[in-house]
Design a protein around this ligand. Structure first.
Ligand code: ADP
Ligand code: MG
Length: 340
């Protein structure tokens, strides 16, 4: 996550035309840069939205506190301080939010049999996607194996009271695949606490919605066609009060010698994932869960991921790359959200 400029731009989005019952209800948008990406928040307000300024300030400070805790791009974050700690085998006290995210990360690691693993950071960096410099070529096999031998989520130990973490072998933790989702949940909770019940919170493609739009309409979200550089819709879903996250190899990757390297690493091989799964979209109760699960399923590949998702009754939408286009598959639990 890059350090955000954290200057909120307030954009007035045109009021929904023709909503007859409550004409004073409008959708307002608050947007800005964060974590090296952008946030877009829509709130449905009934009264004159003088509170927008206050809301924007509140949202900025929620995001700032997540960044100050969980960013690997900031040397002063809680996470970076743990990553730098001389002796990680001693309990390192952490804030309740960081504890919550680390606990959720462990659950997804266990569920996915290690496909999701926040200790994979040193390997991510070796392939050039983290705060370390981007390599010009594929890392050397011996160095890769050495980094791989030292990692593993099971080497982390968490303590609830007071919240703390430790690791027997020095680890470097990377929450990039879950922290954005957590931040969406944190903003959503902030909005609820201020009495706003209808909203859409989106950070870098991870979304959570609540309530309904003016005119009693459901929030509709697009699942993108997994093509770099263009924004096309593959499918539209309608949500009530759920979260949705997508993991795909079509946005963040780099090419070397004609080969595409994803920023998602398979912790088993230590290599960027390379299969025909172009994107995975998960709908769940929390954005944190959806975010981490989407990455986990992406690592697992279609067959394994689909089997697990069906067994756990999870709502998952897979887009598979074929020779001439894409093919979509979804689990039974996903079908009720489809809007087109
Ligand atoms: P996507 O939306 O494509 O899943 P995210 O930003 O959510 O992208 O997560 C990808 C980031 O997560 C990578 O840049 C890397 O920092 C980290 N990461 C890569 N592989 C894994 C993995 N197997 N488990 C957990 N985190 C990972
Ligand atoms: Mg993710």
């Amino acid at each position: 996550m890059t350090r955000p400029a954290l200057v909120a731009m307030i954009l007035l989005i045109a009021a929904l035309a023709g909503c007859s019952f409550e004409p004073e209800q409008e959708i307002w948008e608050i947007a800005g840069p964060v974590f090296g990406t952008e946030y877009h928040i829509k709130v449905v307000l009934t009264e004159d939205p003088e509170q927008l300024d206050t809301l924007a300030t509140g949202i900025t400070s929620v995001l700032e506190s997540v960044d100050a805790s969980m960013s690997t791009w900031r040397e002063d974050s809680e996470l970076s301080r743990f990553n730098r700690a001389e002796d990680q085998s001693r309990w390192f006290e952490i804030s309740p939010p960081l504890y919550q995210v680390l606990t959720a990360a462990r659950e997804v690691s266990e569920l996915s049999d290690g496909a999701f693993d926040i200790t994979v950071g040193p390997v991510v960096n070796l392939w050039g996607f983290g705060p370390e410099a981007r390599p010009e070529q594929v890392p050397e096999a011996a160095l890769l194996q050495q980094r791989l031998d030292g990692i593993g989520y099971e080497k982390l130990e968490l303590r609830a009271e007071p919240p703390a973490i430790r690791a027997d072998i020095k680890q470097y933790l990377d929450l990039s695949a879950i922290a954005k989702g957590y931040a969406v949940d944190a903003v959503a909770e902030y909005l609820l606490a201020t009495g706003i019940e209808a909203y859409l919170v989106e950070i870098g493609g991870e979304v959570r919605v609540s309530g309904r739009k003016p005119g009693d309409e459901a929030w509709r979200l697009a699942i993108e066609e997994p093509v770099p550089g263009r924004r096309e819709v593959n499918r539209v879903v309608a949500l009530d009060s759920q979260a949705m996250a997508t993991s795909g190899d079509y946005r963040n990757y780099y090419e070397s010698a004609g080969q595409r390297f994803s920023h998602t690493i398979d912790p088993e091989s230590g290599k960027p994932i390379a299969h025909n799964l172009a994107s995975v979209t998960v709908i769940a109760d929390t954005t944190m869960g959806a975010d981490a699960l989407a990455t986990a399923f992406n690592v697992m590949g279609y067959e394994r991921a689909n089997e697990l998702a069906i067994r756990k009754n999870m709502a998952v939408y897979f887009i598979i790359r074929q020779e001439n286009g894409f093919e979509a598959h979804y689990t039974p639990a996903f079908s009720s959200y489809l809007a087109n």
